[in-house]
Design a binder for this molecule. Sequence first.
Ligand code: MLC
Ligand code: AMP
Length: 523
Amino acid sequence: MWIAGRCLKLYYYKTKSREVKESFVPGIELIKRADDFGQRTAVEDWTGSFTYADLLDVSRFAALNLLGDEKDLEGKRVVFLVPPGFEYVALKLGVWMAGGVSVPLGIVHSPREIEYVIKDSCAETVVFHPDLAHRLEGFSPDAGVRFRKLPEVFRPARGELPGISEERRAMIIYTSGTTSKPKGVVSTHLGIKAQINSMTEAWKWTPEDSILNVLPLHHLHGILNVVLCCLWSGGRCVMMDGFNAREVWERFKEKDLTLFMGVPTIYSKLIDLWDDFSAGERKRMKDCLLGFRLMVSGSAALPVSVLEKWKEISGQVLLERYGMTEIGMALSNPYRGERLPGRVGFAMPGVEVGIFDENGSRLGVEEQGEIRMRGKGVFLEYWGKPRETESAFCDGWFKTGDIAFLERGGSYRILGRESVDIIKSGGYKISALEIEEVLREHPLIEECTVVGITDPSWGERVGVALVLREGLSIDLEELRGWASDKLARYKLPTRLLLLPSLPRNSMGKVTKNRIKQSFQNSL
Ligand code: MLC
Ligand code: AMP
């Protein structure tokens, strides 16, 4: 879908960039390091292969075009709607070189969700890929938002770039939580650097590494763990246009990859396809997988059955780690040493982790409580939400809202979440409150409540219990159709329960655990 005309255009950038060489002033360390990797391949996508020198040249053009007559974007937000690939990476670095804050949008999000991010982040500029223009249709921007289409921002340009101090804000990632609307998690360049340092040390990244990215690039997992760790290390990032199990198996056959990272659902879908392979194909595929030095799972709990099946298939013991958009990676099974099934391991380098009771007292081994962490990689703030930022911390520790158990050997086991309003489906965090707020707009719905229903492949699925206005009816497909221009498709309920009334406790609060149970019983 993204291919039309791109190969030619990128060839043009490359040729032109050779003609406009001038002194290059790197700002943040990531860019300085990229400068050292020169002719090594940085990114490979379906349009071709790009060296670090190409990446820096094109990023610089992006920076200069974004700057226009300004000397420094001084933290202005540049929102972008660009599919994973070379252009995405070049734009991200370009925003940073110009002194801007990068705000990546999900290509799966609905126009309404996209409009929310543009407005909430008080964006100055929105850069979009032409194939995604329809997502912005009907958007009535507040005065001052400038829309720019690719490849216009990559036009060859000359000029000086600002010096960027690493204390500055670098990125805002929108993440759902216990509020109905997603919050913008702000990281500084220093915070990002601390997260990268921690991961590259723990998982021993080197310039010889090649990683396949199939993850979306508006969330931490794909952006930090895959793309930025790779660029920091001088490795090669092979980008796919999203996840497709068959294409991933095909790509593995080329035997040139050393690393793979995914959410448990991705491994589960790869396993489903494996089951269809012939004995000969399986033998060949196993051979290809043995060449990986590391395969990582995270963003949701890895079922032990998936870990075991993947080991049987590939000979690889998946390394499970635990993280969060606000903190980066906090816990990891060891790179060398035993990886324990159902455990998320030990504190990552430079990270302090503890479990605490509801009074804020630190607990010890063989106790369970909320997992809290501190370290240089922790986010700066929720964008424009000082109260929410303050209440996310206690005595300098970030409160994750996840419940964990500290084992005698020092390894952590994640037991669940404090909030029933957060759903994790296929690694995406979904707010039940956000979906409820949208569904309440439906003219037939009297009351509704949304819950996560345990699912072996997705981790959880979105279920909705509805009370309809008297004498009316609706089915799941109608409801999904109605909501599909308001919510990303992965947030749409896939299970529906019609009830005469919602169960409530003595305080009048809907008892979501009873609803979950009803769904479970109905399956
Ligand atoms: C897709 N669908 C989902 C879904 N993904 N439904 C529920 N949950 C999801 N996660 C829906 C689609 O809308 C579509 O519905 C149908 O499933 C098939 O879509 P698909 O595009 O073919 O699915 P697929 O490509 O297989 O996607 C599955 C996936 C994807 C697992 C690859 O969900 C994904 O990329 N997840 C990763 C999210 C992520 O990066 N999380 C990290 C957050 S950071 P329909 O109706 O159209 O048929 C974080 C911190 C940390 O958590 O620790 O890392
Ligand atoms: P996000 O807010 O999208 O960054 O998601 C972070 C959340 O994902 C954490 O708070 C956990 O609930 C969950 N998570 C991440 N990794 C794991 C894991 N290995 N096991 C269980 N839950 C995880």
